[in-house]
Design a protein around this ligand. Structure first.
Ligand code: HEC
Ligand code: HEC
Length: 463
């Protein structure tokens, strides 16, 4: 009696299948509506340049490929709003640097009081608080606030809205989520903490380091040296950005700290104090990273500042060139000697600063599939392939035949499909129902002479 128990599943797969075989099949499977948890997108292993050192990831919630995959689904799911029309991605659109081209974003009960924020490189900052006014103490804390907002997604528990517990009840009834949460956490329970952890992992994974700036920064050891790939105007703009006023600088780097271009903690407001409804708002002291302010043609994704009041980079530079007034909570760096800052930049200097800001835009973040909408055009998930790392397999061999006993944790009392294949292309399917305690069990017997056999459990929602 041969026993293969001691060989882990992954090793056994490696023994039986060539790598190319697996990759070509995986590529074919990567299509909208398919969540292949045996072949996850790489969120956790992404490389970043050596000079990027700031990181606000809490020790308890590192990015994992499977956690960020669940976060991706939640981020793009309109069912997180009360009338199934608005997802996080409605206001944070990948092609617009995860912001919204509209000044005020449309939620389930009207439009937002502030302009949406880009979500690129949110992980790489010293500042750990989020929102323009920094009212969320961590990203984890931030992620469920839009859901609980009456205007944005409508599970506020006020104004006749249901509350967050009602959303959990709603999501818990969706079989795909039972399957997914079990795949990620081992059991189907949906909690606010699990939603926060997975969406935060997804947002922290959104990174952009393939800009012209990064190419230059990688070839020099510091920001101060001229970058060989920059035009003279871009290098001159970089110097203006870095150097403090009043000498030869515009002082931007004092608050938007390169190379992450994150906001310096403890910054106060920058003199932009109107709001979308016309009232005064002096509480805004955070800016998202200044990376990816414009698209690769140099066009702004959307207007700048919390009130969207500055539509172009030129208007931004003009604002700092002549701060309109000393206002409550204005950052003292913008009111030297108690007077509103006057940089007295000439047109060439302004143009140079703009040229430099445009070098901060990357490319792949706008199209990379790992941050894209995983749902089909009909807002559906078609197939979930269960993760292999939670599947275990034991073999018993009996002379001419070999029996494989395959088990996996699963959401209780659900019909899954057990599939076998010898070429990873043609699968034989058989329905299996998970036990009330949440286990899937399948048995497959093959002749001992057969060397290739591949097993998986999948879930297919019934339309
Ligand atoms: C209706 C539009 C809308 C929806 C839906 C929405 N957001 Fe936002 N988001 C905004 C606006 C507007 C802001 C800025 C609000 C403020 O600062 O008061 C923002 C800010 C943020 C920030 C802060 C970024 C920073 O750098 O501080 C994060 C993170 C974020 N949203 C994530 C999410 C997530 C996750 C969801 C879904 C659960 C979501 N948003 C849903 C409009 C929206
Ligand atoms: C004293 C700190 C400080 C300095 C100096 C400063 N900024 Fe800002 N910046 C901020 C704050 C705070 C915000 C967010 C303002 C808001 O929307 O209320 C901001 C917002 C911005 C934005 C808009 C970001 C967005 O997502 O809409 C741009 C662009 C910008 N700053 C560029 C610059 C440039 C260029 C300079 C130098 C000329 C500069 N800043 C100098 C603090 C500063």
């Amino acid at each position: 009696m041969k026993n293969y128990n001691h060989i882990p599943l992954n090793k056994r797969l490696a023994l039986l299948f060539t790598i190319t075989h697996i990759i070509s099949i995986a590529a074919a499977l990567a299509q909208q509506g398919t969540l292949d948890l045996t072949n996850l997108q790489d969120y956790a292993g992404q490389t970043k340049p050596d000079y990027i050192t700031k990181d606000n990831t809490p020790a308890g919630n590192p990015i994992t490929n499977i956690g960020a995959t669940l976060g991706r689904v939640l981020f793009h799911d309109k069912r997180l709003s009360k009338n199934n029309t608005i997802s996080c991605a409605s206001c944070h659109q990948q092609q617009h640097a995860f912001s919204d081209p509209n000044l005020a974003s449309i939620g389930v009960n009207g439009s937002t009081g502030r302009h949406s924020m880009r979500l690129i490189n949110a992980k790489f900052s010293n500042e750990t608080r989020f929102f323009w006014d920094e009212r969320a103490v961590t990203l984890e804390d931030q992620t469920t606030q839009p859901i609980k907002d009456h205007i944005e997604m409508g599970f506020s528990g006020t104004n006749g809205d249901q509350n967050f517990t009602d959303l959990i009840t709603k999501l818990s009834a969706i079989t795909e989520y039972k399957v997914l949460f079990t795949g990620v956490f081992g059991d189907p329970a949906i909690t606010e903490e699990r939603v926060q952890r997975s969406i935060s992992q997804f947002i922290r994974s959104i990174q952009s380091f393939d800009s012209k700036y990064d190419l230059g920064r990688a070839t020099t050891n510091n920001d101060g040296a001229p970058f060989p790939n920059f035009t003279p105007a871009e290098n001159a703009g970089k110097q203006l950005f870095l150097a403090p006023p009043p000498a030869n600088g515009a002082g931007c780097a004092g608050c938007h700290q390169p190379p992450e271009f994150d906001i310096a903690p403890n910054s106060r407001n920058n003199g932009v104090i109107t709001s979308l409804d016309g009232t005064t708002d002096t509480t805004n002291t955070r800016s998202p990273s200044l990376r990816d302010l414009v698209d690769k043609t140099g066009t702004p994704h959307t207007a700048f500042m919390h009130d969207g009041s500055l539509p172009t980079l030129a208007s931004v530079i003009n604002h700092y060139n002549a701060i309109p007034a000393v206002v409550p909570n204005l950052d003292p760096r913008l009111s030297p000697g108690g007077q509103p800052q006057r940089l007295n930049l000439n047109q060439t200097q302004k143009d140079n600063l703009i040229a430099f800001l445009k070098t901060l835009t990357g490319t792949s973040v706008y199209t990379d599939e790992k941050w894209s909408n995983p749902f089909t055009a009909n807002d559906e998930i078609n197939i979930i392939i269960l993760p292999s790392d939670k599947t275990s397999i034991t073999f018993t061999s009996n002379g001419a035949s070999r029996t494989a006993n395959i088990t996996s944790p699963a959401a209780p009392n659900i019909e899954y499909i057990f599939q076998t294949s010898s070429d990873l292309q043609n699968w034989t399917s058989e329905t299996v129902t998970s036990t009330p305690s949440g286990t899937l069990n399948a048995i497959d017997t093959t002749p001992e002479t057969e060397t290739k056999k591949f097993y998986r459990f999948i879930y297919k929602p019934t339309p």
